[in-house]
Design a protein around this ligand. Structure first.
Ligand code: FES
Length: 145
């Protein structure tokens, strides 16, 4: 049996910001080919800030908990702050993840960055080099983490 922290179990049992934004400004969709889990993250953006965020995840408890946590963390943040979010930050906010579940946190971060990439592309904005490279790597893997 996997030992999850109380925070992970709380988010897993009662995920925050679950669902879809029909008229989203950006959508990120990623998957993990190894386990088959997938995540879709939707953002609304105003004045360079993420004003609304929702997610849909078909995945394990860690994938759902990290998705829920990252949506809480990113709301109201600037695009720059959102792009700087890392797996380690999300894992810390949940008081850790069991070692075998660390990789699951990648889905949430990838989906967030892909949603920002999608937003910038739709807006015709200059995409930062790091984000472009990140997107290219994800695309090459066939939406895989
Ligand atoms: S086992 Fe697939 S994301 Fe956790």
């Amino acid at each position: 049996m996997i030992n999850y922290s109380k925070k992970v179990l709380k988010h897993f049992r009662n995920p925050h910001n679950l669902g879809k934004i029909v008229n989203a400004d950006g959508v990120g969709e990623v998957g993990n080919m190894a386990c088959g889990d997938v995540m879709k993250l939707y953002v609304k953006v105003a004045d360079d800030k993420i004003t609304e965020v929702k997610f849909e995840t078909y995945g394990c408890a860690a994938a759902i908990a990290t998705s829920s946590a990252i949506t809480d963390m990113v709301k109201g943040k600037s695009l720059e702050e959102a792009m700087a979010m890392t797996e380690a930050g999300v894992i810390d906010s949940l008081d850790g993840l069991p070692p075998v579940k660390i990789h699951c946190s990648l889905l949430a971060v990838e989906a967030l960055r892909e949603a920002i990439y999608d937003y910038m592309k739709r807006e015709g904005r200059k995409i930062p080099k790091d984000l472009e490279e990140y997107h290219r790597r994800i695309s090459k893997l066939g939406k895989s983490s």
